[in-house]
Write a protein of this length. Sequence first.
Length: 254
Amino acid sequence: MSALTKHFGDNAVLRGIDLDVMPGDRIAILGASGSGKSTLLRCLNFMERPSAGVVELAGQAIGRAAPGQTPAGERRYDEAELTRVRQRVGMVFQQFNLFPHMTALGNVMEGLRTVRGQREAEARGRAEAELARVGLADKADAYPARLSGGQKQRVAIARALAMDPEVLLFDEPTSALDPELVGEVLRVIRSLADEGRTMLLVTHEIGFAYHFASRVLFIAEGVIHEQGTPDQVLKHPSEPRTRAFIERHREFDF
Ligand SMILES: Nc1ncnc2c1ncn2[C@@H]1O[C@H](COP(=O)(O)OP(=O)(O)O)[C@@H](O)[C@H]1O
Ligand SMILES: [Mg+2]
């Protein structure tokens, strides 16, 4: 993405983000609450429309430059195009966002049925395979209310994986979990990293980010304030602001 900006009214939340994500990159995104991390991820799969700037997927710019605008200026988006983009860029939310009236299996099948147009049997087979992969084969018929937070988040990951996304976005996937449930979700994310998947992860789990990421970004005031390898940003940050953030969030040495 280049020169990405997003404002809500006169609140400029993203103020020019340039970021190239290559296949297999694992990018951890850190930053204070309210710094625009969720907005950044939401702009990447167009749950929010950027105010200006270009998001490219596999080398292709999404949307068309509005007449009279520079390429990085305001763009026009076509809803059908955005629906296709959202399939290619999967998202996992802090609050899981499962349908409460559907079983775990039903939640994973839903996109396969409605977006992919798969038949019942095909969608069921795929959904069962994805639930098995996150260790929840035996919870297929459970409703979200009967699942722990960690199990709900694993269902949400299975749902995202079922759509064969090229990029996976995780927005603080363990922040809503009791501490004892964090590990089971991080293990699944770790296994996806080991498969070489392309992922962007917003997290406050500094220790996990250190071992997970190929690159770490620290966001402040709507720009990338500092970026580099995990060693550079998490162990030897050069910016005082980054250092202060890491000191506050570091729970143990890594
Ligand atoms: N839909 C929205 N409408 C208006 N303001 C929003 C909306 N979403 C986010 N914001 C504002 O954008 C800023 C950044 O929010 P967010 O991206 O959620 O930050 P973070 O995820 O880093 O905590 C906040 O000031 C927030 O109030
Ligand atoms: Mg957020």
